[in-house]
Design a binder for this molecule. Structure first.
Ligand code: THU
Length: 160
């Protein structure tokens, strides 16, 4: 018997202005996309912007439904659109922002488990890391150098 330690390293930017210009631009696109979220039930809006290696940027936001589980998170709305429109392109970076309409969200909001699994599929498919940046509405921004870093012991096609 032995214990196995799993570690992840994240980079924390104390402020938006510490980020490289290209990342600020991508996060700004996610912030803009968040404004179109359809979130009448949770009142929690999420925006995602994806940079592809063909230089296209694909954005998305959460889309809710009166039948709650039928709604979809921003990350999956965006990544499935990217996969459907640009099946040959690699995903380089993903920027995420989230905020409640009922209180100010200054904590960086990471992607949910289901979205991590969905993003992992594309990281495995393309065999190159996807950088993920996430924030609240303002405040700190967290960078993960890859999705795998956010989903240790992930389930992927190699097990099938
Ligand atoms: N949501 C996202 O869009 N992404 C996540 O990673 C977490 C949650 C959405 C789903 C729902 O519309 C609202 O946020 C509250 O859970």
């Amino acid at each position: 018997m032995k214990d196995v330690k799993i570690e992840s390293t994240l980079t924390v930017f104390e402020d938006f202005n510490e980020l490289p210009e290209a990342i600020k631009d991508l996060l700004q696109k996610a912030i803009d996309a968040r404004k179109n979220a359809y979130a009448p039930y949770s009142k929690f809006s999420v925006g995602a912007a994806i940079l592809l290696d063909n230089q296209q940027v694909v954005t998305g936001n959460n889309q809710e439904n009166a039948s709650y589980p039928s709604g979809l998170c921003a990350e999956r709305t965006a990544i499935y659109y990217a996969g459907s429109q640009f099946p040959e392109a690699k995903i380089l970076k993903m920027a995420l922002t989230a905020g409640s309409r009922e209180h100010q969200t200054i904590t960086p909001i990471p992607p949910c488990g289901a979205c991590r699994q969905a993003i992992a599929e594309y990281e495995v498919k393309q065999d190159t890391p996807i950088e993920i940046y996430f924030m609240g509405e303002t405040g700190k921004v967290v960078k993960s150098a890859s999705l795998a870093n956010l989903l240790p012991l992930g389930f992927d096609r190699s097990f099938l």
